[in-house]
Design a protein around this ligand. Sequence first.
Ligand code: NAD
Length: 347
Amino acid sequence: MSQESLLFLNRTAVVACLEKLDPVGVAADVLRAQAAGRTEIPAEGYLPWQNSAGAYSRAIAMLGALHRPEGSVYGMKLINAAVDNPSRGIERAGGLSFAFDPETARPKLVAEAGYLSAVRTAAYTMVSLGSLGPERFDAVTLLGTGALARAHVDLLVRAFPAVTKMVVYDLSDSRAREMIQWCATTHPQLTVDLAPDAQRAVAATPVTVTLTTSDTPYIPASWMAPGTFLAHVSLDDVTEEAFLGAQAVYGDDLTLIEENPRRVLGALLQEGKVTAPGTEGAPARGHGRAVEGTLGQVLLGEVPAIRPSDGYVVSNPFGMSILDVGLIDAVHRTAIQLGVGQRLDLM
Ligand code: NAD
């Protein structure tokens, strides 16, 4: 009789585990491990297609490893999306996260990944805000009001309880209003205002997080008042000129960013208009710019943390598998403690 089985966590079980742990602390630990060279991120698998409605659809397979003194952790996230899923009443992105047994290499945990992935992304934003954001702020702007926006609000109220005001903007008025309704029931302590356009949304607070599906950059430098922190979490919102004019720019993994010219910062790195730190022939100020470094390097004190003062600071995460692996590992350990999940026999 085979002993092979794995633990399955649905969304409810994942949420129960996340409530018991600190996703922001988990993300910070992973970023420190990355900066210390104790992580591995193989090339991700990427399969794009158009569905029958002509909407961009894709599958991404992201493997990663963390090497900790107490043992290595291996895993993967399969995260698929079709941009027209919200019109079907389902979330844009969904998939599965896996944790592997380090000895047998078998998957030992499979979990619903939609919320987990959104929380890992929001956790990175919270770490970036804590290290690189304004020293004090009580209001945050969200551009885009989908699944990522909700995960950001969930973590923001835990990580920054001083934040009492949100300003939101979405091209879809109905999605923005649904989000405001959701906030009113889920986080009633927050006041949420709907901005009439993206420019006024950005101007309304010192912190903006982009969470849209825009494929056309639209945020120029002139929208950002001195003292603004911009977390460019979605792919194509910030213009080339706004990257070049920033007081400071940080990434998560500069190699991953440079390898993907579909994103603005990746194209700028490939064209040499922006260089990674320490690159020979780095452009002088006013003739392109250098990225200051990664958030992990900031956490280790290897590169200076520049908070916005007389200009604006941009954080540009690509999205790293190791953050998913760190979080799924933490969720796995919590699931065992709580006794949640369903054991699936494989044979
Ligand atoms: P979603 O489809 O649920 O929500 C996106 C929202 O953005 C929609 O409501 C849409 O109407 C709105 N929108 C589109 N263009 C806009 C514009 N120009 N201005 C204002 N609103 C606009 O998507 P989601 O799951 O919340 O994901 C948001 C984005 O985050 C996606 O682009 C996704 O690729 C990105 N993402 C980034 C990372 C990372 O680590 N960097 C990780 C996960 C997701």
